[in-house]
Design a protein around this ligand. Structure first.
Ligand SMILES: [Zn+2]
Length: 394
């Protein structure tokens, strides 16, 4: 190992910080019009604590702060405040908050993440769950999310599709933006003004419960409150019914249905046969499950939530928090990194199994191995403490 490489260990983050600085020099952030009303918070590379309660009158002032600190993560408040720099919530003067939704792939049933278990003392690693290090007996074991299956992103995309349709058609929020989170999920921002912005935490929870289908049953979908008697005939949901009935109808239409049933759901003047009705009722439970949206409710009900600034870099993976115009065509690959044009020389600090990261298959590798990797992959691994970046090959 060269002396240069030895000194690089003590300056573990230097190369990555320089790259982050270079990225922010391009002024990539999509800032809100009312920047001066938002709290700004950051986390830096050398300390796990947040720097909070910052406020800036202009983008220039914010960028000056960014060049000075080089944030690993940077957030603004979903809330607007009369005095966003005040140190306590009471003094900030809450003026209202946007509505924010977080869909994280690893919370969706069926998503398989690739974890490794790493001993923080000796860097021993295992693909299998360990609570004690077999190498040094330490209990100091950390779980690292190494990667996730492409299927996870597809599941998350499907959830975003359900959510934006529900926001637009079922709830009437037509003004929203979708962002990739920069790691493994999506954020949906709905800017709110005036009275709507003042929705309380409890009221936001009602919205979440509705979207998640909390307390929803098949009977609630099939019968109106007046007709919920033993002998009532179920009214099979149709696309024009509104609310959850519309959501269920859309899901039913994605199934392989008989023409008559399809026409019924699409509001055509037709009555399905008894057999078709039975088929619909049989599939309805499944459709209700498929309609539930897996949201991180903590994010939505918190009226002082800090959210990643669009255009910033996610310091857990090094990818851009990028606006997604068409969720269907979103691809989880190295192009989400601003560093995909460079190659980097890395040294592994932890052994890893064979794994697919951002579409590229790597490993298995052992602790102490050297490799030249595309920038997007090298930074993904470095930010997860798997490797140290030693140099750039442009
Ligand atoms: Zn150990």
């Amino acid at each position: 190992m060269s002396p240069q490489e030895l000194s690089d260990i003590s300056e573990k983050w230097k190369i990555i910080k320089d790259l982050f600085r270079e990225y922010y020099r391009k002024r990539p952030l999509k800032l809100p019009q009312d920047l001066e009303l938002r709290e700004i918070a950051i986390q830096v590379f050398d300390s796990p604590t947040y720097i909070r309660h910052k406020a800036f009158q202009t983008p220039d002032q914010l960028y000056k702060f960014i060049y000075l600190k080089i944030p690993r993560h940077i957030y603004y408040s979903s809330a607007k405040y009369s005095n966003p720099a005040a140190p306590s919530m009471d003094e900030k003067g809450w003026l209202g908050s946007d509505l924010v939704f977080d869909i994280d792939a690893d919370h969706i049933p069926g998503c398989r993440q690739v974890h490794i278990y790493v001993c923080k003392d000796c860097k021993y690693s295992s693909s299998y769950k360990i609570s004690k290090c077999p190498n040094c007996n330490s209990n100091n074991i950390e779980i690292i999310d190494l990667s996730l299956d492409d299927l996870c992103i597809d599941l998350a995309k499907n959830q975003v599709g359900l959510l934006i349709h529900a926001l637009d058609v079922e709830l009437g929020f037509s003004n929203f933006s979708i962002y990739f989170s920069g790691h493994r999920g999506f954020h949906i921002h709905v800017p709110l003004e005036e009275e709507l912005a003042k929705l309380s935490s409890d009221e936001r929870r009602e919205i979440v419960d509705y979207l998640k289908g909390v307390g929803l049953s098949r009977d609630l979908i099939l019968f109106s409150s007046k007709s919920r008697t033993r002998k009532a005939t179920p009214a099979l949901p149709r696309i024009s019914n509104g609310g959850w009935r519309t959501r269920v109808s859309r899901i039913m239409l994605s199934k392989d249905l008989k023409k008559e049933l399809e026409m019924y759901i699409k509001n055509m003047d037709i009555l399905p046969s008894y057999k078709d009705m039975k088929r619909y009722l049989k599939d309805l439970n499944e459709a209700l499950e498929q309609g539930k949206i897996y949201l991180d409710e903590k994010v939505t009900i918190d009226t002082s939530r800090l959210i990643r600034i669009p255009g910033s870099l996610n310091g857990k993976a090094g990818l851009i928090v990028i606006e997604v115009n068409d969720i269907e065509s979103f691809r989880f690959n190295q192009e989400l990194s601003p560093f995909n044009e460079i190659m980097m020389r890395v040294r592994y600090e932890t052994s890893i199994p064979q794994v697919k990261i951002l579409g590229m298959s790597i490993g298995p590798r052992h602790r102490g191995d050297y490799e030249v990797l595309p920038g997007a992959i090298a930074i993904w691994l470095a930010l997860k403490d798997i490797c140290t970046v030693l140099g750039i090959t442009r």
